[in-house]
Design a protein around this ligand. Structure first.
Ligand code: NAD
Ligand code: MG
Length: 396
């Protein structure tokens, strides 16, 4: 058996971060945790340091860092505590790091994910926003760094499993179309009137997946599926026209690939992120993930239907932004992040989320991307515009 591989988990206190540690704990001979990173919940980070003894723990604010240092010192745990976003980009490039789990939510994950790609690591991509906003830039960094980019999003991991080996961004031959499945979220059958009265707690109560608040709201608006269409376009090098979305409320078929000869390959499993995480950690080998066997006889039926784009306009907005390309996906993503945060804070109506995004897309001219600066600048401009619209109470 070779030496354990060094792992960094960006976003270790979140839903994906905790599921990753659950898988890693089953394979102490294969993986060793080099660094854990989170925004602020230092007590969870302390408990994780106690169990996994990483060399580094990174946290974003000074006072949490001070509390974490004190707590670790009291238990004689020798993890070094680092503070701030710059530390994320440096730890992912450490020579003892082989694998980086990119599981920070939102645009905050972009720079460390890019750094991991440039440093030639195996990058496990949960943080879809990083790819959606940066597009080809991240794929170029992967190629230039000699890195591997493996999808953690359950749909993209399923597609990856159904495709022959391929280079990210380059379409494998013989593929006719890709079908992304979607649970439909908690409001699949809600009326438009009910949608207007949706609370943050109701939006976060997903019927099939336990996830962080931002992606839960994205699942409820179907923006999550829209971001995933753009993610699929980029990862698999297919045109937007070759990507179809299908509602599948049971969340058992995680996605499908159709080939020119009419064959359709699908990946099935219980809705548990430990399956894609274990798959990408060990690829091309297979390891235990802790996920229960799927009992199809007990399930009985699997249902599929087309999405209602009029009821869930976020999906249509994202598909259009993916077709437009350039900075349009970054504008969409930034407006969505602001609108979701305002909704979760009780300052924006659920039904107004797509209106904010649509207005920002109308007022921010999408352009060609010439470099990272373009992305960071349009991200900043779109956020200011979205917040101004919401605070100014545009007729939403
Ligand atoms: P979460 O809210 O549960 O966790 C987010 C993590 O990111 C936390 O550890 C938090 O501390 C950290 N974080 C947030 N802002 C940060 C910052 N500025 N700097 C450093 N760390 C920061 O979210 P999640 O559900 O685990 O989702 C994480 C990512 O994975 C998202 O991009 C999401 O779209 C994607 N994803 C999640 C699931 C899922 O089942 N949860 C499935 C597919 C994709
Ligand atoms: Mg997904």
């Amino acid at each position: 058996m070779s030496a354990p591989q060094g792992l960094v988990i960006l976003g270790s206190t979140g839903s994906i971060g905790q599921s990753t540690l659950d898988v890693v704990a089953r394979h102490p001979d294969r993986y060793t945790v080099v660094a854990l990173a989170a925004a602020s919940r230092w007590e969870i980070l302390r408990d994780q340091c106690r169990q996994y003894r990483p060399r580094f723990a990174v946290i974003m604010d000074l006072s949490s860092a001070a509390q974490l240092r004190k707590a670790l010192a009291a238990e004689a745990i020798r993890t070094e505590v680092l503070v701030g976003p710059a530390a994320l980009a440096s730890i992912v490039a450490e020579p003892e790091v082989h694998i980086v789990m990119a599981a920070i939510v939102g645009s905050a994950g972009l720079l460390p994910t890019l750094a991991a790609a440039r440093a030639g690591k195996r990058v496990l991509l949960a943080n879809k926003e990083a790819l959606v906003m940066s597009g080809q830039l991240l794929l170029d960094a992967v190629a230039a760094g000699g890195a591997e980019l493996l999808p953690i999003d359950s749909e993209h991991n399923a597609i990856f499993q159904c495709l022959p080996p391929h280079v990210p961004g380059v379409a494998p031959s013989g593929v006719r179309r890709i079908v992304l499945t979607a649970s439909g979220g908690p409001f699949l059958r809600a009326s438009e009137q009910q949608l207007r009265a949706v609370t943050p707690a109701a939006a976060c109560a997903h019927p099939k997946w336990a996830m962080g608040p931002k992606i839960s709201v994205d699942s409820a608006t179907l923006m999550n599926k829209g971001l995933e269409c753009i993610e699929a376009q980029l990862l698999f090098g297919v045109s937007p026209e070759a990507i179809e979305v299908l509602i599948h409320p049971q969340s058992i078929v995680h996605s499908l690939v159709e080939y020119l000869d009419g064959s359709m390959l699908a990946q099935l499993g219980n809705p548990d992120m430990r399956t894609p995480i274990a798959h990408a950690l060990a690829w091309p080998q297979r390891i235990e993930s802790g996920v229960e066997s799927l009992n199809l006889a007990r399930l009985g039926a699997l249902e599929f239907e087309s999405p209602d784009l009029a009821k869930f306009p976020c999906l249509a907005l994202a598909i259009a932004a993916g077709r437009r390309g350039g900075t349009a996906p970054a504008i969409l993503n930034a407006a969505n992040e602001v609108a979701v945060a305002e909704f979760l804070g009780g300052r924006l109506n659920f039904s107004a989320i797509p209106r904010v995004i649509e207005t920002v897309l109308e007022r921010c001219a999408a352009a060609t991307v010439t470099g990272l600066e373009d992305i960071l600048e349009i991200d900043r401009v779109a956020r200011v515009l979205a917040l101004n619209l919401i605070q100014g109470g545009i007729s939403l």
